[in-house]
Design a protein around this ligand. Structure first.
Ligand SMILES: [Zn+2]
Length: 242
């Protein structure tokens, strides 16, 4: 295999690697968007469950408080009767104090009931909002999940076929050339660089004229001294091709 053939093969390999990179990027993107939707759905479900639990808890507490308020009303009534029946100042004072104390407790409890009602309404609103968002998301998921899964499978199949093509291609390259390519690719993203006139088109540095002459002669694979990519020559495209 001549150096020229190595280079042609590396060019093909590099183009294939670019395609594979793009395929993998879009695959990751599709998977992330689906996973994001599902994560958001989980978040909404747990927020709805938390709101339901706290609404139930508050309703229970409010029920107990309301019952206490009713009992207090009965006690207030009795205390009033006691006051009406009081026969002297001492009894009257005692009954008044009791009545005041009962009314204070009654007022406290009623305020607590009122506060709970406000909190319950807030939780109900939050639950309602989350349910609306969840339903919208479920609709979105049911229409896009199947589609996205098909898309992911398609992209995955493309990836598999490109990887197979890559495998076949790399078999034609000598092991040392391939490993050199892989090492540079890992470090730089791309492993080969083109030059038309002695300027590396990957890093835009000018190579020494002597090295450029060597590259033109195609005697060995040469590296760009600046970016360390495999540097190869091709004549610049003619204006009508460009
Ligand atoms: Zn370079």
């Amino acid at each position: 295999m001549s150096i020229r053939e190595h280079i042609a093969c590396l060019e093909e390999l590099s183009a294939l690697d670019q395609e594979i990179r793009l395929i993998e990027e879009s695959l990751a993107q599709e998977r992330t968007s689906l996973a994001d939707l599902k994560k958001e759905l989980e978040r909404l479900e747990s927020s709805i469950a938390a709101d339901s639990a706290s609404i139930a808890e508050m309703a229970k507490a409010r029920g107990e408080l309301s019952q206490e308020v009713r009992q207090l009303a009965t006690q207030v009534e009795r205390s009033r009767e006691k006051l009406a029946r009081s026969r002297n100042e001492r009894e009257q004072n005692a009954a008044t104090r009791e009545l005041e104390e009962l009314r204070r407790i009654q007022k406290d409890r009623e305020e607590e009931v009122g506060k709970l009602q406000v909190l319950e309404a807030q939780a109900a609103k939050s639950k309602e909002d989350a349910e609306a968002a969840r339903n919208e998301l479920l609709g979105k998921l049911s229409s896009s999940e199947g589609e996205t899964t098909v898309k992911i499978d398609e992209i995955d199949a493309q990836r598999t076929s490109k990887l197979e093509a890559r495998k076949q291609l790399t078999k034609t390259l000598p092991r040392n050339v391939l490993s050199r390519y892989e090492i540079i690719k890992q470090r730089r993203g791309t492993a080969i660089a083109l030059t038309h006139d002695g300027t590396c088109l990957a890093c835009h540095m000018q190579v020494p004229p002597q090295l450029f002459q060597k590259i033109l002669r195609n005697e060995a694979l040469e590296l760009c001294p600046s970016c360390q990519r495999i540097l190869y020559y091709k004549p610049p495209p003619k204006p009508e091709e460009a």
